[in-house]
Ligand binder design. Structure first.
Ligand code: RFL
Ligand code: PHB
Length: 414
């Protein structure tokens, strides 16, 4: 027999968007159930983002899930741009007063899952065949299979937080949303390495052979990326080729050395930009990668997901508290300017640092001139720094300033 019950908000996906939304709603006394197709173990083991903007850190700390982040995260006050054999530091903190924190995405997820479980909130892992029904009515419904049995979750709203390949966005009739998409003709090979730090701060390198990035996870584990063909097979990237290529692309004239180590994990990701407009349909609200994705060069995806739910949570809570619908109505309109700003910045960083397959020498020189402008012109450096360190979270509508909403959202747990 089909088990049937009701919750206020059905959240599809236990990524950063879904789990943080469920937490923020809980703090405002709104009940939600999270449905996740993968196992808890798989979710907690997925290696993805590493860079958190200041406003992301501030929100996670303010809402009580930032204790380990503050203890174990690494605050970086600058990043390096490397080109033509030279390294140029962009001092994010001096230029913006803000910094970034290196704390892996799966650690954010572990903190959020632990908090949900401790509070007795429901996160259904291995929820299969999730389907959305009647999203354009007042009584939407989500069906799914748990342990072989069908369940139905009646709800007031659905939050589609199931990433780019999820089921939420495809549940919206074609024609009700407009999609903007761009596919880049290259991918990234990402590696996790057991080695000490090669650099105190991230290095974004532009080279004739292609882009390279040196990032970190902990003092003992480093994260690095190499531009590659999106159709490359991992087998075509044996250890020796990876190190050789990283060495060439990161070479400097000042004797800097890349520290090698055992490659613990490797994967290839494709690079795509995408925006769905509006980010809502009927009683379904999309957040995070379900609504928009950016190439990872600007380190913006997770931060955008957090920004979305910082708007969606108070909007839903406002509805349940007062019956007002204005914030929900304006959800997309509030989020999209930030989304497009991140799209522009990510596309710009990507174009400035990558080698296009058909690039000629002239275009290569223009790329170098662009980077020279950034490192030598203070206003250009400030613009990069502002975008990279990130902007304050959006001011939701109804004239309620973000600070006041945040206070209502996080300082009055039920
Ligand atoms: P997620 O993380 O993809 O989570 C979606 C969840 O939904 C589940 N799901 C379903 N559940 C139920 N039913 C279905 N039918 C489902 N289909 C999917 C999935 O299993 C998953 O658990 O989306 P969310 O929450 O929107 O979060 C977005 C971020 O994960 C993403 O934007 C970032 O990882 C992007 N990103 C970075 N962002 C940053 O802000 N800073 C960074 O430094 C950064 N580095 C990166 C990145 C993304 C990368 N890749 C993999 C493209 C580095 C890389 C290499
Ligand atoms: C990462 O550490 O995984 C990382 C850092 C910076 C980026 C993308 C990914 O731009």
């Amino acid at each position: 027999m089909t088990r049937s019950r009701h919750t206020q908000v059905a959240i599809i996906g236990a990524g950063p968007a879904g789990l943080l939304l469920s937490h923020l709603l809980h703090l405002r006394g709104v009940e939600a159930v999270v449905l996740e197709v993968r196992s808890r173990k798989a979710v907690e083991a997925t290696v993805r983002a590493g860079v958190l903007e200041q406003s992301t850190v501030d929100l996670l700390v303010a809402c009580g899930v930032g204790e380990r982040l503050l203890r174990e995260g690494f605050v970086h006050r600058g990043i390096n741009l490397r080109f033509d054999g030279q390294t140029h530091r962009i001092d994010l903190h001096r230029l913006t007063g803000r910094a970034i924190t290196i704390y892996p995405q799966h650690e954010v997820l572990r903190d959020l899952i632990w908090t949900a479980v401790a509070a007795g909130r429901e996160v259904v892992f291995e929820a299969h065949d999730v389907r959305l029904h009647d999203v354009d009515t007042d009584q939407p419904l989500v069906s799914f299979i748990r342990d072989g049995d069908e369940e139905e979750l009646h709800c007031d709203f659905i939050a589609g937080c199931d990433g780019f390949h999820g089921v939420s966005r495809p549940s919206i009739p074609s024609g009700a949303i407009q999609s903007f998409e761009h596919q880049f003709p290259f991918g990234w090979l990402g590696i996790l390495v057991a080695a000490p730090l090669s650099s105190q701060e991230l290095i974004y390198a532009r080279h004739e052979r292609g882009f390279a990035l040196v990032s970190t996870r902990t003092p003992q584990v480093q994260r690095m990326y190499l531009q590659c063909d999106p159709d490359d097979d991992l087998a075509s990237w044996p250890d020796e080729r990876v190190w050789h290529e990283l060495g060439l692309r990161l070479e400097t004239r000042d004797g800097w050395e890349l520290i090698r180590g055992e490659i613990l994990q490797r994967n290839i990701v494709c690079m795509r930009s995408f925006v769905a407009e509006p980010m809502q349909y009927g009683r379904l609200y999309l957040a995070g990668d379900a609504a928009h994705i950016v190439p990872p060069t600007g380190a913006k995806g997770l931060n955008l997901a957090v920004a979305d739910v910082s708007v969606l949570a108070p909007a839903l809570a406002d509805y349940f508290d007062t019956g007002r619908t204005e914030l929900l109505r304006d959800y997309s309109a509030i989020c999209l300017p930030r989304v497009w700003r991140a799209q522009r910045f990510s596309a710009w960083m990507t174009a400035a640092l990558h080698r296009l397959p058909d690039m000629d020498d002239y275009q290569g020189r223009l790329q170098l001139a662009e980077l020279e402008q950034v490192v030598h012109c203070p206003t250009a450096a400030a613009s990069l720094a502002e975008n990279y360190a990130g902007f304050p979270l959006p001011e939701p509508a109804l004239g309620i300033p973000w600070a006041e909403l945040a206070e209502r959202c996080v300082l009055r747990p039920v």
